[in-house]
Design a binder for this molecule. Structure first.
Ligand code: PLP
Length: 392
């Protein structure tokens, strides 16, 4: 007898992974340049040169320092450097003790949800949302409630959200810039959301934590500013990662911030350390903790993503596809020309264009197009997108 829930998670791969694997096989048959794979969110711009330089410098250090354990929460000097960096950017007053280093945003979210949950708790997400949230919430023994999408602007459907809040609400997960819509939630949205949460906390006499999932914080276009959520709502936990900002998703490095201003902050941080211990997320990769500390303020050159966004958004809308203009991340959320997004994705697949149907993002009738790909692939794929539209 084994754990059935884990068996299910392990044996059913996600739609995104399935499409990506299909693409790899298909490329062997028709040639790599004949398959237009927009399925996965693997950063296509290289890590900044400074990342390599810092790694090379660190490799010269004595082996016991280079390869040794750090404390479970991470190297105190690393956490101090990251606190200083965040303080400079957002005018906060964090200390090393507010940071817990993790293996990416996935681990940050998994341990934060686990740390907060008691039986009967509920977490609310906003459609469209990153599908792994369901796995982390269910594993913690909580229930996931989905706020239907605001399909006009892809901000937050605040009225529907308010109706889902109850005394059982333990947390709300917010992701901006958003995967899969590419939208950045506006300051107005964040302020209204905070007002609702403050009011409901008072009404119920509970604490409701806002989990800010922020791997795309640095990937924004046209000089837009992403509101730093703890500056608007006190009970926020920040789940950050360097996967996209520094283009190093394979190195598995990120952190959770538990601000002092939040309710029971010390207990929450202790519970996060406990969840890290229980789930095995202790002592995040030490070499990359130190790389992150040294490169936290290094900007990535995201101009290639911006060019891709402009090219793809401009082309697709010209052919008659409907899509909200992305302000960040590297995804386009395109309305399927037929109501069944799976059928549209299948049709596109017949043309060797791989796009992800939106059902698993909690919002039917759209496809996600990841544009963290080469500009050439977008240029080659555009006439094919035009041909597909002509079939409708
Ligand atoms: N959250 C969102 C919205 C994501 O898109 C991803 C990865 O694609 C993650 C979390 C997990 O990122 P990480 O590589 O930091 O674990």
């Amino acid at each position: 007898m084994i754990n059935k829930q884990m068996f299910e998670y392990g044996s059913k791969s996600s739609v995104i992974r399935e499409l990506f694997s299909y693409g790899l096989e298909r490329k062997k048959i028709v040639g790599a340049d004949k398959v237009y794979d927009f399925s996965i969110g693997n950063p296509s711009i290289p890590a900044p040169a400074m990342v390599k330089q810092v790694i090379l410098e660190l490799l010269e250090e004595p082996a016991e320092v280079l390869h040794g354990y750090s404390p479970a929460a991470g190297d105190p000097k690393v956490r101090e450097a990251l606190a200083d960096s965040v303080n400079r950017k957002f005018g906060t007053r964090y200390r090393a003790d507010n940071f817990y280093m993790t293996a990416g945003a996935a681990a940050s979210l998994a341990i934060s949800i686990q740390a907060l949950t008691v039986p009967g708790d509920e977490f609310i997400v906003f459609a469209p949302f990153f599908p792994e949230y369901a796995v982390w919430v269910e594993t913690a023994g909580a229930k996931l409630l989905v706020t239907p999408a605001d399909t006009e602007h892809f901000q937050i459907h605040l009225e529907a959200f308010e109706n889902l809040l109850t005394p059982r609400t333990k947390g709300v997960i917010i992701n901006s810039p958003n995967n899969p819509s590419g939208v950045v939630y506006s300051e107005e949205t964040i302020m209204k959301l905070s007002e609702i949460l403050e009011r409901k906390q008072k009404e119920y006499g509970t604490s409701i934590y806002l989990l800010a999932d922020e791997p795309y914080r640095e990937i924004v276009y046209d000089g837009l500013k992403v509101p730093f959520i703890p500056n608007y709502y006190k009970n926020t936990l920040v789940c950050y990662s360097y996967s996209k900002a520094l283009s190093m998703p394979g190195e598995r490095i990120g952190y959770v911030i538990v601000p002092d201003e939040g309710e029971n902050a010390q207990e929450v941080m202790a519970a996060i350390a406990g969840a890290g211990r229980a789930l095995g997320y202790v002592c995040a990769p030490v070499l990359f903790q130190r790389v992150a500390a040294r490169c936290a303020d290094v900007p990535s050159d995201i101009s290639a993503y911006k060019r891709n966004r402009d090219l793809l958004y401009g082309g697709l809308t010209e052919f008659g596809y409907e899509c909200v203009r992305p302000q960040g991340a590297f995804y386009l959320f395109v309305r399927s020309p037929e109501p069944d997004a799976k059928a549209f994705s299948e049709r596109a697949k017949q043309h060797d264009v791989l796009v992800v149907p939106s059902d698993s993002f909690g919002c039917t009738g759209y496809v996600r197009v990841s544009y963290c790909v080469s500009e050439k692939m977008i240029r080659d794929a555009l006439p094919v997108f035009a041909d597909i539209m002509k079939e409708y």
